[in-house]
Design a protein around this ligand. Structure first.
Ligand code: JFZ
Length: 445
């Protein structure tokens, strides 16, 4: 029996889709990812050079070629302008590490088809720009130097490759499909995945995207996942490798069927996704790719609370930055990552390696780890008390994280559970964390 009387709102770590021997292998390869709880996303490419601006409009980003209807030969001219001389892979990796992120997912190729790595499969790559350096080599090496796992985002949809189908609606007249063979594109994609998985050492995650067009079938998704797994047995693959099933189970579960984790975008699911690993990807402002005009950034407390919310629901948070064409992460993002890092330096134990909250309706978020329960208190209660509802056992010790003295807090049993007497003042300006240590491992009964 655990210390808790209430049922778990959180997840059990074995997906209902993983039966038999595969379940053990999956459990093993997911260990570091589940432990990490926090990663950094990087959207960077040719589009970054345009900073979101085209034809008088300033609200574009990584979809600019499609949304501004830029002809392919016009877009190719950007190759000559891609020269991110300010880029420093160590600074990028350190930015992630200092924020408390344990992995970094970067766009090797987005929907525009431009490759930021040294690929032998196309000339539409960084090697054919004035910069001429393999960005993924630098990123992979720098990440490892700073204790961050390098991971690749790679788009299935490709608006540049002549064999990719379908064409955009608006370019059907100017880019005829004559001679295009989708099977040839699939071979191209496989070859690139092979390069990405064999030239850069161990990669943590292959984060596929752009799987929703009708040419990309579940069979092709399965074959691609198999290819990845054959090249790199411990690789983690997201569910966007294959299109979601249109019928059958609910959409979220169907999406998790192929791949290791599900990817809610710009949202944290109400109750997590029970039985399925998941990672919410979110932007700090309103765009994935760099947009010069977008200064609508979330605050540090909002971002910390998003991290707390995902962890309390048993998921990961993948927080995005969009470097400029010069290769710099916008200062607004840097400031926020530093703020998250300051909080994480004192409270990471309450996030990393934790499981979802044991409470259904406590009125605060929580995580747990073995005999420890962590309660997140962003607003300091006027009563200076916190009720742990449904808890029968008294904690052995309760204290505010980050306080060097670990001053023990008074605890008492009441009908509804256990009440902890909090100090007069919040222990952290962003989000105070109460830690409670119990005699027995903290788990749901
Ligand atoms: C995709 C990309 O199109 C976008 O540019 C960005 O890279 C983002 C992370 O992923 O956009 C999506 C993908 C999936 C959904 C919505 C937008 N979805 O599942 O709702």
């Amino acid at each position: 029996m655990g210390a808790f009387a209430l049922g778990a709102a959180g997840l059990s770590h074995t997906s209902i889709f993983d039966q038999g021997t595969q379940a053990g292998a999956k459990r093993d390869r997911m260990v570091w990812w589940r432990e990490a709880r926090f990663g950094m996303f990087v959207h960077w490419g040719l589009y970054s050079v345009l900073a979101g601006e085209w034809g008088g409009r300033t609200d574009y980003a990584e979809w600019i070629r499609n949304n501004a209807k830029i002809p392919v030969d016009e877009y190719e001219k950007l190759l000559g302008r891609f020269n991110p001389t300010q880029f420093d892979a160590d600074r990028l990796a350190l930015l992630a590490a200092d924020a408390g992120a344990k992995y970094l997912v970067i766009t090797t190729k987005h929907h525009d088809g431009f490759c930021l790595f040294d690929t032998k499969q196309t000339d539409f790559s960084v090697m054919h720009t004035p910069y001429k350096r393999d960005i993924m080599r630098m990123v992979a090496d720098a990440c490892r130097r700073h204790g961050v796992r390098p991971c690749w985002y790679h788009s299935i949809m490709d608006w540049h490759h002549p064999d990719y189908l379908p064409r955009r609606d608006w370019e059907r007249g100017t880019r005829p499909v004559n001679g295009a063979q989708f099977e040839r594109y699939v071979r191209y994609l496989h070859s690139q995945v092979q390069e990405l998985l064999t030239h850069y050492g161990d990669v943590g995650v292959l984060w596929f995207d752009g799987e929703w067009e009708n040419t990309w079938t579940r069979e092709l998704g399965l074959a691609l996942a198999d290819r990845c797994r054959a090249l790199s047995p411990d690789l983690i693959i997201n569910s966007r490798v294959a299109p979601k099933q249109s019928s059958g189970l609910n959409a979220k579960l169907a999406r998790a069927e192929i791949g290791d984790f599900s990817t809610p975008e710009q949202e944290i699911p109400d109750r997590g996704i029970p039985g399925v690993d998941w990672e919410s990807c979110v932007t700090m402002n309103g765009n994935w790719g760099y947009n010069r005009a977008d200064h609508n950034f979330k605050s540090v407390p909002t971002l910390v609370n998003m991290l707390v919310e995902t962890a309390s629901k048993g998921g990961n948070l993948l927080l995005n930055v969009g470097p400029t064409g010069e290769g710099l992460v916008p200062e607004e993002s840097v400031v926020r990552l530093k703020g998250i890092g300051e909080w994480m330096r004192l409270h990471a134990d309450a996030i990393r390696g934790t499981d979802a909250s044991p409470f259904e309706n406590a009125g605060f978020r929580a995580t747990r780890k073995d005999k420890l329960l962590y309660c997140f208190v962003p607003e300091w209660p006027a009563s200076r008390e916190l009720l742990l509802p449904g808890i029968r056992a008294l904690p052995r010790r309760a204290w505010m994280m980050g306080e060097a003295s670990r001053h023990p807090l008074a605890v008492r049993r009441v009908d509804a559970g256990v009440v902890v007497s909090l100090p007069d003042h919040a222990s952290d300006p962003v989000c105070s964390v109460l830690a409670c240590e119990f005699e027995a491992p903290v788990r749901a009964s």
